[in-house]
Design a protein around this ligand. Structure first.
Ligand code: SF4
Ligand code: SF4
Length: 587
């Protein structure tokens, strides 16, 4: 038998109510009971004390004496309304509270405000079913007349909802939102373009209880994003994604608070977008943020921006992307990306204006100078940037300087390769012991994430997880914000230096050698790429950069004269390195 307790327990878990079910019949009984009380409330004069009494009957819990309400007031349930102290509700409001309505202290609600907590099923065959999601309103919030707040929305403390707004997404604290759908119009605090950590507690319905969220403009992004470039595959074939396993991972990630998903045209031979589209389609569109990218890593795509963008929306089964990036800005494609004849920037800005791209940014594997060139051209329009950032690349790939450059432009950082393709998931026994001494409870992979938690400006960290275990571990790690202290940071960067020193050539980029080379090779740059190639044991970065260097300036052009070695203070055997590099690259 359905009781009030079992009914509320069911709905507060976000579970659907099937049409014609016992639960739905019970809902009708509650509605009748509520109407009896509201008829009394709305048709007879009552003083404030009597109104408090009637409202307490309606909600089934004693409201504080400071509560004020101007009738008429309408609800078809009442038993899942929870109000704090000193709350005021003006005349004509309608609360559909079966999914749960919580109103914080000192909150003011204007005339005719609608708070809705039930959706109907998207599937036409199940259209009569009801899907609950709570509305949670913080302290000292002001909701203007005729605003509508939709199911699942949380409104942060102190925020203002402008009259007539339709609020479809969470509202951070200390902002004014307005419009349909509502967007942030103004920050009530000093505005910050860079992110700030906010620890989310269990107040957002189905979201993870402990996931760290970061405020980004008017959004709350999970600090951990799911990268869809290393999804589980069948028989080791990168193009054959194990769809069932990938969907299960997405469901689990959603359930545990991950709301950022990153795919791209080229991942899994084009199948990542299709599988992510399917996996996310069963979740409400407003419950996740999807990122996709224009595949400019392939120059033959440059004149196809419109065709590719339309196809990406179709593959992902969405009508807009929350985040869209120029993919992999690097030496090889920077000229084409900046070339107006392709009109890529212009087209993407138009899509942004049309609401089909909500936030525009770029990812970069290129050098500091390439990123700088891109920023000089388009920096004012870039809202985020995704770079390879981890404690090894902090100095090895100049990531520190890149982060500082982005900070100059006030562009928040998205992180890719936090574990450097898995190479930071396991360290030598000696290095592991050094870390264990500092934090006995922390795993080796977790150190990579703690490092990122220590870097100002880092907002979303993407991890391309290939199995459930990695996903669970990463979610667990991102439930705690534990940045490194100075000693820990020093130790970790020393370990990184040691790892790099074991493999690479100790070039300091002093440039003494350059003027001695009869072939005019940019020796320090070539050695830097050689180091990267050796450390990564191959990979795409060095070949990609090399393709932008003319043949007569590549390592194969070295004639082995060794004039450079005579002046190198590090006594690097440059001619041997050039020969080895040329052989490794095969170009
Ligand atoms: S050995 Fe090669 S790199 Fe060095 S100076 Fe001669 S040609 Fe240039
Ligand atoms: S002289 Fe040696 S250390 Fe200096 S840039 Fe050339 S290779 Fe690097």
């Amino acid at each position: 038998m359905v009781t009030l307790e079992t009914f509320l327990n069911h709905l507060n878990q976000g579970l659907p109510v099937a049409a014609g079910s016992e639960l739905q019949q019970f809902m009708t009984e509650l509605s009748n009971e509520a109407r009896k009380i509201t008829i009394e409330l709305n048709t007879v004069w009552h003083d404030p004390k009597e109104i408090c009494e009637l409202f307490s009957q309606l909600t089934g819990t004693r409201v504080d004496d400071s509560f004020r309400l101007f009738p008429p007031f309408y609800t078809d349930c009442g038993k899942n309304i929870h109000v704090g102290k000193n709350v005021f509700i003006n005349a004509g409001c309608q609360f559909q509270d079966q999914g749960g309505i919580t109103i914080g202290d000192d909150t003011l609600i204007g005339h005719n405000v609608v708070l809705a907590t039930l959706n109907h099923h998207f599937d036409p065959e199940k259209r009569g079913d009801l899907i609950p999601a709570p509305v949670t309103i913080g302290n000292k919030v002001w909701i203007g007349a005729n605003a509508t707040i939709l199911p699942g929305v949380t409104i942060g403390d102190h925020s203002i909802i402008a009259a007539g707004a339709v609020v479809t997404k969470d509202v951070p604290k200390d902002v004014i939102v307005g419009g349909v759908p509502a967007k942030v119009i103004k920050h009530l605090e000093k505005p910050e373009k860079t992110s700030k950590i906010e620890k989310e507690r269990d107040n957002t319905g189905k979201r993870g209880k402990h996931m760290i969220y970061k405020e980004y403009q008017d959004l709350k992004l999970s600090a951990l994003g799911m990268g869809a470039m290393r999804l589980p595959v069948i028989d080791g074939d990168d193009a054959r994604i194990d769809e069932a396993a990938a969907c299960q991972m997405v469901d689990y990630a959603m359930e545990h608070g991950v709301n950022y998903y990153d795919t791209a045209w080229g991942y899994h031979n084009g199948n990542s977008e299709l599988v992510m589209g399917k996996a996310l389609a069963k979740h409400p569109r407003e419950s996740f943020y999807l990122a996709d990218k224009f595949p400019g890593y392939d120059l033959s795509n440059m004149d196809k921006v419109e065709k590719i963008f339309e196809k990406q929306l179709e593959k992902c089964q969405v009508s807009y992307f929350d985040f869209y990036l120029f993919h992999n800005v690097c030496e090889m494609n920077i000229d084409a990306y900046l070339d107006e004849k392709y009109g890529i920037h212009e087209y993407l800005m138009k899509q942004k204006k049309a609401g089909r791209i909500r936030h525009l940014g770029f990812s970069a594997h290129g050098s500091y100078d390439v990123i700088k060139r891109f920023l000089e051209a388009y920096g004012k329009d870039m809202e985020f940037c995704q770079i390879q950032l981890n404690y090894l690349d902090w100095s090895f790939q100049d990531a520190k300087a890149k982060v500082e450059l982005l900070q100059e432009y006030k562009i928040p950082v998205w992180v890719m390769e936090p574990l450097r393709g898995g190479s930071l998931a396991k360290l030598s026994e000696e290095d592991t012991a050094r870390l264990k001494q500092l934090r006995p409870e922390e795993s080796v992979p977790a150190w990579a994430f703690r490092f990122l938690q220590s870097i100002s400006g880092v907002t979303v960290t993407l991890s391309g997880m290939s199995n459930f275990e990695q996903l669970q571990q990463n979610i667990h790690t991102f439930e705690t914000d534990a940045p490194l202290n100075d000693t820990e940071m020093k130790e970790l960067l020393e370990i990184a230096d040691g790892m790099v020193r074991k493999i690479v050539l100790p070039c300091t980029a002093c440039h003494y050698c350059v003027s001695h080379c009869p072939q005019g090779l940019d020796i320090p740059n070539l050695i830097s790429l050689y180091n990267e190639h050796c450390f990564t044991k191959g990979g795409f970065i060095a070949p990609m950069a090399m393709s932008a260097i003319p043949e007569e300036k590549r390592p194969s052009a070295c004639i082995g004269c060794r004039s450079c070695e005579a002046v190198c203070p590090q006594q690097i055997k440059i001619s041997e390195a050039m020969a080895d590099f040329a052989e490794k690259l095969g170009m």
